[in-house]
Design a protein around this ligand. Structure first.
Ligand code: 6CS
Length: 344
């Protein structure tokens, strides 16, 4: 109930913002001026922020500034899950979200919360996301849930930080790890014996600092920009999954666009897909160096043998995904695994 009220309040707020924008168009007497609201889940300077800035730049320039794209980083329009609801309701036109947040709404999207699924080689992961038929099927399901998916892109490997070293699933026993809300993420950590605790992104730093949780999991760029490394003793280069971002439009908004406008957004997403791949590689490697230079956090690179033990422990969760989400989810997983095997 409280969550619903929060989303309704946000929608009302966004409505007021839209009225503001409308008067701007009237002042210039140009009824064709359009404002598209674009929310993402990260802070200024992040991977998603740079993606959104690239899309904004292309759309505004190529529309001769007849379209303005307003970018809202995390916090301004609620957290990741609020933002998915705002997009579904049409309160915002464009968004970047990720399966960790969409997983409670679109069960099949939890596929990307499975550990040890996507190739560890990020180029190959990108290729799978850009070409697999599994993605077409997922896109149809998102569309049925009011979201038109325009792009899937990797943001980096997920890594653990903690107040103790984690090298084996046994080390996770009783460990309170902050995760996103995806039920499959939660199941993975339960399979390791940990105590997964979903907390909004913007509350993770203080929860670590106050020792309400023992650790968290995120890509390196986020561990640096959110300053998690300041309040943690160990950083594990664990690479058990890839953080996948999704560029999406509200379905009614998408269907109401002209063919030219749709083509413009598709062109922007295609360009952003290539651009962001290099950006995430550089941000993740540069920020690991920043963490090394600015702190005395102990950095542990998991060996192949150590990763294997986690891979084995996470296998039952694949069965859970198939069993709980049904035949369509199973078909998507089979298709994806076939395409991954072909690329490896
Ligand atoms: O951990 C999270 O909740 C967030 N992590 C990243 C890297 N992006 C957005 C997401 O909400």
């Amino acid at each position: 109930m409280i969550k619903r009220l929060a989303v309704l309040t946000l929608i009302a707020l966004i409505g007021l913002m839209a009225l503001g924008c409308g008067s701007e168009s009237n002042q210039s007497d140009n009824k064709d001026l359009k404002v598209w609201k674009f929310a993402h889940e990260e802070v200024n300077g992040s991977v998603q922020d740079k993606y959104a800035a690239k899309v904004k730049e292309i759309i505004e320039e190529k529309s001769n500034r007849e379209i303005t794209v307003e970018v809202y980083p995390v916090g301004q329009l609620g957290d990741g899950t609020n933002q998915v609801e705002l997009l579904q309701n049409g309160a915002i036109e464009l968004a970047i979200n990720n399966p960790g947040a969409v997983g409670t709404i679109v069960p099949e999207s939890n596929i990307f919360s499975l550990h040890f699924l996507l190739p560890i080689d990020m180029e190959k992961t990108r290729e799978v996301l850009n070409t697999s038929k599994a993605i077409d099927k997922l896109n149809d399901i998102y569309y049925a849930n009011n979201m038109k998916v325009l792009d899937w892109f990797p943001e980096g490997h997920m890594m653990w930080t903690g107040n103790k070293a984690i090298r084996t699933p046994e080390d996770f026993r009783g460990f309170k790890i902050r995760t996103m809300a995806s039920p499959i993420t939660i199941a993975c950590y339960e399979a390791y014996g940990a105590n997964p605790t979903p907390i909004p992104y913007m509350e993770v730093y203080s929860s670590l600092q106050l020792k309400m949780i023992d650790g968290q999991v995120n890509p390196l760029f986020a561990i640096e920009e959110m300053k998690f490394y300041e309040v943690q003793d160990y950083l594990m280069l664990s690479k058990q999954e890839v953080f996948v971002g999704t560029f999406v439009a509200n379905r009614n908004f998408w269907d109401s666009l002209s063919k030219e406008e749709q083509a413009l957004i598709e062109e922007a997403s295609l360009e952003a897909n290539a651009y962001i791949f290099d950006v995430q590689e550089k941000l993740n490697s540069d920020r690991l160096e920043t963490i090394r230079n600015k702190s005395d956090i102990e950095i542990i690179e998991l060996t192949d043998e150590e990763r294997k033990a986690f891979r084995e422990a996470s296998k039952p969760v694949y069965e859970k995904y198939k069993k709980e989400y049904g035949s369509q989810a199973e078909e998507i997983l089979n298709l994806l695994q076939k395409d991954i095997d072909a690329i490896l």
